[in-house]
Ligand binder design. Structure first.
Ligand code: XMP
Length: 520
């Protein structure tokens, strides 16, 4: 699959947390796209004829700030259809002669859009001239550029969709790429097929072929790849993908950090010993991790220590082995975007995922991260194509730092054991009630708080356990799961009665945003 020669949509990234959701929308519509940061875009000297349209993303900066990212777009202007989203909307408006200003009327979250004029972009997007969309902005376009029509307005954004029909420029103040914008996909579909007139050219099968080819091109015949295999969804699919691409040059290493869920190490070893035989090794590093994490409370420190410890273990493992040049990780796009900028654009850092921001700078391995532009549900689809065991594909996500980031405050073996027991009961109860599949991720958290209770007429003073269960599509946004009260109280009761060390259970009702899924 030569992606260089196929028609594509270019997405210019200004550092929004949700830029990849644009790429995902385009991919889901069956069209190949590439995402590049605005600095790289500005260096283009020639016009690539395979580009059929350009989308400008949102971003955290204000177009009014001196350091605001800008684009040189003369090369493409009048040649290609353009869609600007949020920051892209304001930037295009400014470039075309309009004016963006700081506004007291901010819009964050849901907003109602009212249709003002028909447009090719919005065919089938509105119902009775209205639609619910998701906004996230402080500045607003106050003066619209000449020759632009107002296609829609919201209460606080008079110019919520603008269009220059002749030049095929379309801009939206809201984010059509996010799940919470109703009918957002329709808008992308109109842009791709009715405005850019690009044809469908992209499927999961192509994606798989492209990934295999890239791995083969990257790894020489005498080079070996060590795959960090935790047995979670991403690393399991990755190991299967690598196996298909490079067969005997693959070595899978499972590290038992002592921070895994109850019974997990045994399960993973059983499955992968059978599948990969001698290419699979398990390393017991329980003491190592617990020693390094002793008395550490700060979540970012924990994450960095864990990232470094993993790499030290991998380096030690490969010390006397020849030709292990690469370390393969199942890093996903959300891991990257929360840890650092994906494309060098000015994205905010939320937390250092162990496999990204937690890696040491002077690591000796070259990284292979085939899923770094993908979301978990896309990886699951690839897993299905690769015929990965259903149990592995459909498990709830589990973070690399494991239970260390589910025990706020300092960690010790005793706390880990208490949490493992509570977590096991929670998950078993969800499975028993057929709720496990309905929930995207569920787990228990052991809080660094003790509370007073009474059991059998005696006073208790034990830890509080928080339960977290969320629904999500991709882990970028999430809602807490609405349990029936009877389910919650029965699960809570079972944990308090059966787990020594816990005498109180609470349920976390925070969505993402403003919370994150994990507590640390
Ligand atoms: P947050 O807490 O950032 O989590 O809303 C989003 C998803 O990412 C998982 N997560 C991680 N996965 N290494 C991983 O492999 C990490 O350091 C890490 N931190 C969070 C989290 O479990 C959720 O599914």
């Amino acid at each position: 699959m030569k992606s260089k020669n196929i028609n594509k949509i270019l997405i210019v990234d200004f550092g929004s947390q949700v830029t990849q959701l644009i790429a995902r929308q385009v991919r889901e519509l069956g069209v190949y796209c590439e995402l590049i940061n605005f600095k790289k875009f500005n260096k283009f000297k020639t016009f690539d004829k395979n580009i059929k349209g350009i989308i400008l993303s949102g971003g955290p900066k204000s177009t009014l700030s001196k350091s605001a990212p800008n684009i040189k777009w003369k090369l493409f202007l009048n040649k290609l259809p353009l869609l600007g989203i949020c920051y892209g909307h304001q930037l295009i408006s400014n470039i075309c002669g309009g004016k963006t200003k700081y506004s007291n009327k901010k819009e964050f979250g849901s907003a109602i859009l009212i249709e003002k004029k028909k447009s090719k972009l919005t065919e089938g997007f509105f119902t009775n001239k209205k639609n619910t969309v998701w906004m996230s902005h402080s500045d607003s376009v106050m003066i619209k550029p000449k020759n632009f029509n107002v296609i829609a307005s919201s209460k606080n954004s008079k110019f919520a969709i603008l269009e220059n029909k002749g030049k095929k420029i379309f801009t939206t103040q809201f984010h059509p790429e996010v799940f919470h914008t109703n009918n957002g996909k329709k808008l992308f579909s109109n842009f791709l097929f009715k405005i850019c007139k690009i044809k469908k050219n992209w499927t999961e099968k192509y994606k798989l072929q492209k990934l295999i080819k890239e791995i083969r091109d990257n790894v020489g015949p005498n080079q070996k790849v060590m795959c960090a295999l935790s047995g979670g969804v991403d690393s399991s699919v990755l190991a299967h993908l690598l196996h298909k691409a490079i067969k005997k040059n693959l070595i899978c290493v499972y590290v038992d950090t002592g921070l895994m869920r109850q019974g997990e190490t045994k399960e993973v070893i059983n499955i992968f010993k059978k599948k990969f035989k001698n290419s699979f090794t398990a390393v017991n590093a329980q003491k190592n991790f617990l020693n390094k994490l002793k008395n550490i409370s700060d979540p970012e420190k924990k994450r960095k220590i864990i990232g470094k410890t993993f790499i030290k273990i991998f380096e030690k493992f490969t010390k006397n082995k020849k030709n292990i040049t690469f370390l393969a990780q199942g890093t996903l796009y959300p891991d990257l975007i929360e840890s650092k900028s994906f494309s060098g654009s000015p994205t905010s850092i939320i937390k250092s995922h162990h496999n990204v921001g937690g890696l040491p700078k002077n690591m000796k391995f070259k990284l292979i991260e085939p899923f770094k532009e993908m979301f978990k549900d896309e990886v699951r689809k690839l897993g299905n194509l690769l015929k990965v065991n259903n149990f592995l594909i459909n498990r709830h996500p589990f973070p690399g730092p494991g239970l260390a980031i589910r025990i706020p405050g300092p960690i010790d073996k005793k706390k880990v054991e208490i949490l493992q027991k509570a977590d096991k009961i929670f998950i078993d109860e969800l499975k028993k009630r057929k709720l496990y599949e309905k929930i995207w991720q569920a787990f228990a958290v052991l809080l660094p708080v003790k509370s007073v209770g009474v059991m059998g007429d005696a006073r208790t003073y034990e830890f509080v356990c928080a339960l977290r269960a969320v629904t999500s599509q991709d882990g970028m946004t999430a809602n807490y799961y609405y349990f029936k009260h009877s389910d919650l109280s029965e699960i809570s009761n079972k944990i308090v009665n059966e787990v020594p060390g816990i005498n109180r259970v609470v349920y976390d009702t925070t969505s993402k945003p403003p919370g994150t899924i994990e507590w640390e």
